[in-house]
Ligand binder design. Structure first.
Ligand code: SF4
Length: 310
């Protein structure tokens, strides 16, 4: 009995640390990128996956504690995929008492009709989905559209663009739509996928499977994710360092003449805003920095029965 109580205490302690870390990460991302302002109406896109449930949960908590006022409306797009369990999200959203809208559009049927069997359907499907979500945001008077992409999605996108697109480009934490009417934010930008997985498991969110459309998963993204996960196992801290690098770019030491005036470099010019000369120096690699993170063995199974204690 005593042992069980100790175990429960340990689980609660770890869960509270995890929850605090996620809330802090989201709060910092919102502040750093000016994602949410007083009076905003944030439309949270809810797919039924672990990331979007976590996003909604953390934003609802921040809403209660933030010094500013903002509204939240959860939106799910029911794409009419076969086997989509229509009742799960409305039941959950009613239980937690959040404003919500379920948009029903048969994009599955359109995609199946337009794309030949065996060809990848994701590009048309996501274009349709984007259009519907932008339209819904306008109808609801939403001033921000929040998506559940996290740090590891951003890292994977960076490598995908380098490997296959020849570009140093990731997913921005905040962006404006092509027509200038919608602002999309990614408040989980500083959150690790591993933390989100543990949190979703502990909170027992009613996850909806993501393979209902029957589309093949994006193979290139899978490969890149596996590469990143392997690095994470072999070299702990590497993903953190790479994400720091995305926030710490020295344009004078890259080679894009449209972003840095290499032609304008002259003898005797001021070095203000330019990193100095390291041409003949040995590269100084600083030691790895670890975030204050619970590195203990904190398995998913352990988390399952943890109840929230805030
Ligand atoms: S995996 Fe399925 S639902 Fe997701 S974007 Fe691709 S086709 Fe659409």
């Amino acid at each position: 009995m005593t042992d069980l109580t100790q175990q429960e205490k340990k689980q609660t302690y770890h869960f509270n640390k995890l929850q605090k870390r996620l809330r802090r990460n989201v709060g910092n991302a919102i502040a750093d990128f000016g994602m949410i302002e007083d009076g905003d109406k944030v439309m949270v896109c809810l797919s039924g996956g672990k990331d979007s449930y976590t996003l909604l949960d953390i934003l609802l908590n921040l809403q209660q504690n933030a010094p500013i006022h903002f509204d939240i409306v959860a939106v799910n797009l029911d794409q009419k995929q076969p086997g989509f369990p229509e009742h799960i999200l409305p039941t959950y959203l009613q239980e937690i008492g959040v404003d919500y809208k379920i948009v029903q559009e048969n994009t599955y049927g359109i995609v199946k009709e337009k794309i030949p069997e065996g060809k990848t359907t994701c590009s048309l499907c996501s274009r349709l989905r984007r259009g519907i979500l932008y339209r819904t945001a306008t109808e609801l008077g939403a001033t921000k559209i929040a998506l559940g992409h996290h740090r590891d999605d951003m890292l994977a996108t960076l490598f995908l663009n380098m490997f296959y697109g020849g570009k140093m480009k990731s997913m921005p934490p905040k962006l404006i739509s092509d027509d200038g009417k919608q602002i999309v934010i990614r408040p989980l930008a500083y959150c690790k996928e591993k933390d989100i997985e543990k949190y979703a498991m502990a909170k027992a969110f009613p996850i909806i499977p993501c393979n209902l459309c029957g589309s093949q998963p994006n193979l290139q993204r899978q490969v890149v994710k596996e590469m990143l996960n392997t690095w994470d196992r072999q070299y702990p801290g590497r993903l953190e360092t790479m994400f720091s690098a995305m926030q710490n770019i020295t344009l004078s030491h890259m080679c894009d003449p449209s972003l840095f005036d290499f032609k304008g470099i002259r003898h005797g010019q001021s070095l203000e805003g330019i990193e100095g000369d390291m041409a003949f120096d040995e590269e100084q690699i600083p030691p790895m920095q670890f975030e204050d993170e619970d590195q203990s063995d904190f398995s998913h199974q352990e988390m399952i029965s943890v109840k929230e204690v805030s």
